[in-house]
Design a protein around this ligand. Structure first.
Ligand code: UD1
Ligand code: UDP
Length: 365
């Protein structure tokens, strides 16, 4: 039986890989081995529990305030014996995190073939997102199978000279994950708190935004909330202590925003589906909110998800206080502008990506 190993370590990788673990396990032709690096701990475990995925290996590498050196070196060191024991026929990694990069590198050193899920996303700006753009491009050099979510991602890989036969447009597995999360009969105390208002959903965590850009975001958000008495914001805050410190400094005492602990993915999708609009620097949320017809103000200078911008539901607003304040106010005050962005669109898949990936693996390995 062919051995397929899946390695992931952060919350978004888990959300997008767990449905694939389940699909591969349904097929009788594979031995499926799951290794988590534990790059995230508190934010990873609930996702595994929600999907009922029990890892075979857990490298438990997370430490507070970890640097890119810490993550990369710990993974390289700890994954080597696992790969040497399992000797997978293929190792699947996801997206663009340091877990993804370090695992692909370890596989390359051990001559184990790599399959890249969510391959081909690009900004072509190595500084943004940082270090993710590098991670994706580097994994793209190593990978033997490239599961691209969209045609645009395929084009990137082809232009870079990847063998066309190694590229498969499958859609994004996050859409598979979303099939069962949003329910009509959903209640949450935070949603009850915001029920008398337009609810804004906020997340922020990117490494390149730590420092001044993040302070800019929070200042702009605070000003807009203070000027709009019919608006409340819910912000499930990332566990990164640097993010928490900036949020406390800028948003403390603002009673129109509730900063809460990270939400379970089930709750998160239900919040997204019920918000008025979303402000974020997240990658995954740019793929999810458009499906619910929710406009997203992307607080970044670049995006590797231009499909959502082209569809009109994402607006790249940068990280200056002035620009975020302007666009946030404009969408709240101008119904026409809001309506132009608020339509359901889903350029990222039809919910069957995992089946396609599993079919390809069945045929090709
Ligand atoms: C990582 C990924 C980023 C992805 C993000 C998803 C890299 C370099 N970055 O960024 O691409 O978008 O995950 O959220 O791979 N922490 C906890 N508990 C957790 C998770 C994090 O305490 O469950 C704290 C720790 O102090 C940790 C810090 O957050 O050191 C930063 O975590 P890290 O994985 O290094 O970076 P992220 O910003 O989460
Ligand atoms: N998410 C979650 N709980 C939260 C915030 C986000 O489950 O409190 C989910 C969200 O639905 C999306 C993913 O986490 O699927 C995005 O993760 P994140 O923004 O941390 O990383 P990125 O996508 O930017 O790499």
């Amino acid at each position: 039986m062919k051995r397929i190993m899946l390695v992931f370590g952060t919350r978004p990788e888990a959300i997008k890989m767990c449905p694939l673990v389940k699909e591969l396990k349904k097929r009788n032709c594979f031995k499926v081995i799951v290794c988590v690096t534990g790059q995230h701990r508190q934010m990873l475990t609930p996702v595994l529990n929600t999907f009922g995925v029990v890892p075979d290996y857990d490298l438990s590498i997370m430490k507070d305030g970890q640097t890119l050196f810490d993550i990369t070196t710990s993974i390289l060191e700890k994954i080597k014996p696992v790969l040497e024991t399992v000797i997978p026929d293929i190792c699947l990694v996801h997206g663009d995190t340091s877990t993804t990069f370090a695992t692909a590198l370890a596989c390359f050193y051990l001559r184990i073939p790599v399959g890249h899920v969510e391959a081909g996303l690009r900004t072509y700006n190595i500084e943004s997102p940082y270090p993710e753009e590098f991670n994706r491009q580097a994994v793209g050099i190593i990978s033997k199978f490239n599961f691209a979510p969209t045609e645009m991602a395929r084009e990137h890989l082809q232009k870079e000279g990847k063998n066309p036969e190694s590229i498969f447009v499958t859609g994004n597995t996050v859409i598979d994950a979303m099939q069962h999360t949003v329910v009509e009969d959903y209640h949450h105390p935070e949603l009850s708190w915001a029920a008398d208002s337009r609810m804004i959903f906020i997340t922020a965590h990117r490494r390149e935004n730590l420092g001044q850009p993040m302070h800019n975001m929070f200042r702009a958000i605070r000003r807009v909330l203070e000027e709009h008495k019919d608006v409340k914001a819910i912000y499930p805050i990332h566990m990164n202590p640097t993010v928490r410190k900036a949020a406390k400094e800028e948003l403390d005492g603002c009673d129109r925003i509730h900063i809460i602990e990270p939400l379970d993915v089930f709750d998160c999708h239900n919040f997204e589906a019920r918000c008025f609009l979303c402000l974020t620097d997240s990658g995954g949320i740019q793929e999810e909110c458009p499906s619910y017809g929710k406009p997203v103000l992307v607080m970044r200078d670049t995006t590797e998800r231009p499909e959502g911008v082209a569809a009109g539901t994402l607006k790249l607003v940068g990280t200056s206080e002035k620009s975020i304040y302007y666009w946030f106010t404009r969408l709240l005050d101008n119904e026409e502008d809001y309506k132009k962005m608020a339509h359901a669109t889903n350029p990222y898949g039809d919910g069957h990506s995992c089946e396609r990936i599993a079919d390809i693996l069945e045929k090709r390995i």
